[in-house]
Design a protein around this ligand. Structure first.
Ligand SMILES: Nc1ncnc2c1ncn2[C@@H]1O[C@H](COP(=O)(O)OP(=O)(O)OP(=O)(O)O)[C@@H](O)[C@H]1O
Length: 681
């Protein structure tokens, strides 16, 4: 194929001129962005003086502060990475040329210097092909080094030229050594990824992708895309990114701000269930029981059981008259409210309002006029009305509900009848004098959240991105579903990487618990992280993982895999780290959780500074990571110490090992004193 792929230094003077012109455009764009930011800053400084009242001033202040943050320019990242030259045939953009970058940049006259990658016209940058040029004559990609424009690559789509994944700029980006936190992929999003990124806000999608196929990247770029397209709506309803742990959230934290999006909430799954402090750990069998879908029904019944039939009429005096509501209307009132299936606490207030309504009607009939507001309020809070409520619809807290359920075998038996066996009920039994004194576990916190959803009306997000979703339990799914009733979802995961005891083997089931049974499940199979040799090695585990997922094919032909039998694991790890430090990029030693301290001590004694799981952005190049914390992360060079111990440490240990082996970007060294687990031999 004849291509005009040009690398720096350009051979011909004409190319040098063109590169110089592009660099000039970059300087102009940077200067313009600087001006835009200065303008936003000065508006921010004077904002409170122009705004009328305190509320407006605060709103305006927040808007302007966000705008200032959005316009931050990071000199190390290119302001634009592509150019679109439209051909004469395109009706709307004929003959026009646009630079595509991270955000809109306009000159003093408001003319665009750089188009936001999310603008409709930028779509062709990602989707145009020789077969479907979408009006483009030429697509140009820019190569950068440390923020300096160094090269460009042209595809004359109108002449049938297309580089696809053979692009040298794409290859360089994929093969670049990794250091520090995750970066955006906005310059090189691939067509099948772009399709997911630009899916409609109303679409919930589930991406099943092998390790390193860009699921996380797709989810974060989709969040940025939706925020651009539905800015006002999502500013109100908000976007949430859910990840497995803080180390992961720290790792991805810089991606959205780099794309100009600074207002996205992030939480771990555990942090969503934050109504009680977690101070205890369940044995695995109890945790699995509590995370199971049956508990939803147990809790629903437990809440329902608090509603009782009225046993006495209400008799209430207002000082001048005694009013009475008989048993029969009270029965009807409770039944009607029950039938509405409102959240329990809303139901309680509805019952109160209806009882007061009956009193009001009596008063109107007697006095031929409506009683005053204060009379109604007095009746609503009167002792007899409150006593009636406490008898038929007692106040209930989520913690109180679960505490009583665990402490009262009779109540539990009633709620769990036909759902949990007596043995299972016994596993739940627990004492603790009060909800406050109870040492709740993480699974209890999820159940308390479920109870809260039955009692109160939860507030939701406009869009939720859930990463590493293969590990969600049915009850965790429900917790997310409650926050997403009117919003949409991007679910990202890989069933082969599922390590939780309750992990799903079929996305349909997860989607059902998430309340999005009809979401499309889309596979991603092109691997951008793990080199082919390393991936082939890890894929040997797949048959033993008992999941039906398409394996990834690596785009990377580079990389190195080394398997080494050793006698002194600590000594060999130190030697491997020493050798690895000769290369560029991050290094992780990954081992079974209980071996981490030993290895870290060995490295420290040998004079190496090491980072820990909770400071991914820290200075040290070498991180020692427990196998249970590396999901979603990647390192340039991964040293796996004793795979057999990782596999033996938990029931789904081979799945864990699959995760561990697929963290490497350039090199994987496997050190083992024990035989490798069976499928890897
Ligand atoms: N289109 C792309 N261009 C360049 N790099 C990409 C592209 N897509 C993904 N990558 C890179 O590949 C690596 C893996 O991406 P990501 O972490 O999103 O994969 P993942 O599918 O979530 O992996 P895992 O299953 O391990 O969590 C990252 O370094 C990411 O930047």
């Amino acid at each position: 194929m004849s291509l005009h792929a040009r690398e720096s230094p350009p051979a011909a003077p004409a190319l040098a001129d063109e590169l110089a012109a592009e660099r000039a455009h970059l300087s102009r764009s940077r200067a313009a962005l600087h001006r835009m930011r200065e303008r936003a800053e000065s508006l921010f400084a004077t904002g409170d003086k122009v705004a009328g009242d305190a509320y407006t001033a605060e709103q305006l202040g927040r808007h302007l502060a966000r705008r200032v943050a959005e316009l931050a320019d990071d000199p190390r990242t290119p302001l634009f990475f592509g150019r679109l030259d439209f051909g004469a045939a395109d009706a709307e953009h004929a003959g026009r040329r646009y630079h595509v970058g991270r955000r809109h940049v306009t000159d003093e006259q408001g003319e665009p210097l750089v188009l936001d990658w999310r603008a409709p016209v930028s779509r062709s940058f990602y989707r145009a092909s020789a077969r479907d040029p979408q009006g483009l004559a030429v697509r140009r990609r820019f190569g950068f080094g440390n923020g300096v424009l160094t090269s460009f690559e042209d595809e004359h789509l109108d002449r049938g030229e297309e580089l696809g994944t053979a692009s040298r700029i794409l290859t360089a980006e994929i093969e670049r050594p990794r250091v520090g936190p995750m970066r955006d992929i906005v310059a090189t999003i691939q067509p099948e990824q772009d399709e997911l990124v630009r899916a409609d806000l109303s679409d919930s999608i589930c991406v099943q992708g092998a390790p390193g196929t860009g699921k996380t990247a797709v989810g974060l770029h989709r969040a940025a895309y939706l925020l651009y397209l539905h800015r006002e709506r999502l500013r109100r309803s908000k976007v949430l990114v859910v990840g497995p742990n803080r180390a992961f959230l720290g790792y991805i934290a810089a991606v959205l701000p780099a794309l100009g999006e600074v207002e996205v909430d992030q939480a771990t799954v555990d942090e969503l269930a934050d109504r009680v402090p977690v101070r205890a750990v369940d044995p695995p069998v109890v945790a699995t029981l509590k995370h199971g879908a049956r508990m939803a029904e147990v809790l629903r019944r437990a809440v329902d059981a608090y509603v009782a039939e009225p046993a006495e009429p209400i008799v209430v005096s207002d000082g001048s008259f005694r009013w009475r509501i008989g048993l029969e209307p009270l029965h009807r009132l409770v039944q009607e409210t029950r039938a509405e299936r409102l959240p329990y606490a809303v139901g309680r207030e509805r019952v109160r309002a209806r009882a007061v309504g009956l009193l009001q009607r009596q008063a109107e009939a007697r006095r031929a006029e409506s009683p005053s507001e204060s009379w109604l309020r007095r009746m609503a809070r009167s002792k007899p009305v409150t006593a009636f409520l406490d008898a038929v619809w007692p106040a209930l807290t989520p913690e109180g509900l679960l505490h009583t359920l665990y402490a009262d075998p009779g109540r539990l038996a009633q709620a769990a009848e036909g759902l949990l066996t007596p043995d299972e009920q016994a596993l739940l039994a627990r004492s603790g004098r009060t909800p406050k004194a109870t040492r709740w576990t993480a699974a209890d916190a999820v159940l308390i959240d479920e109870a809260a959803g039955l009692i109160e009306r939860p507030s939701g997000f406009g869009h939720i991105v859930v990463d590493e979703a293969q590990d969600l339990s049915p009850m965790q799914c429900r917790m997310i579903a409650r926050r997403n009733e009117h919003g949409s979802l991007t679910l990202l995961g890989d069933l082969a990487q599922a390590t939780a005891p309750w992990a799903a083997t079929d996305w349909r089931e997860t989607l059902r618990h998430l309340g999005k049974p009809d979401a499309t499940v889309v596979p991603l199979t092109v691997g951008f992280r793990v080199p082919a040799d390393v991936l082939d090695f890890a894929n040997r585990l797949l048959p033993a993982l008992a999941v039906d997922v398409p394996p990834a094919e690596s785009l990377r032909a580079d990389g190195a895999l080394e398997l080494r039998t050793v006698t002194d694991l600590c000594g060999a790890t130190v030697a491997e780290v020493r050798a690895a430090l000769a290369h560029e990029g991050s290094i992780a030693v990954i081992a079974a959780d209980d071996a981490v301290d030993r290895l870290r001590t060995a490295l420290t004694s040998a004079g190496f500074e090491t980072a820990t799981a909770d400071d991914p952005a820290g200075g040290a190049r070498v991180t020692v990571m427990p196998a249970t914390l590396v999901k979603g992360l990647e390192y340039d060079h991964v040293i796996v110490a004793e795979p057999a111990d990782i596999a033996a440490a938990e029931p789904r240990g081979l799945h864990r090992l699959y995760v561990v082996l697929t963290r490497a970007v350039s090199r994987l060294s496997v050190l083992h004193a024990k035989p490798l687990p069976e499928p890897l031999r």
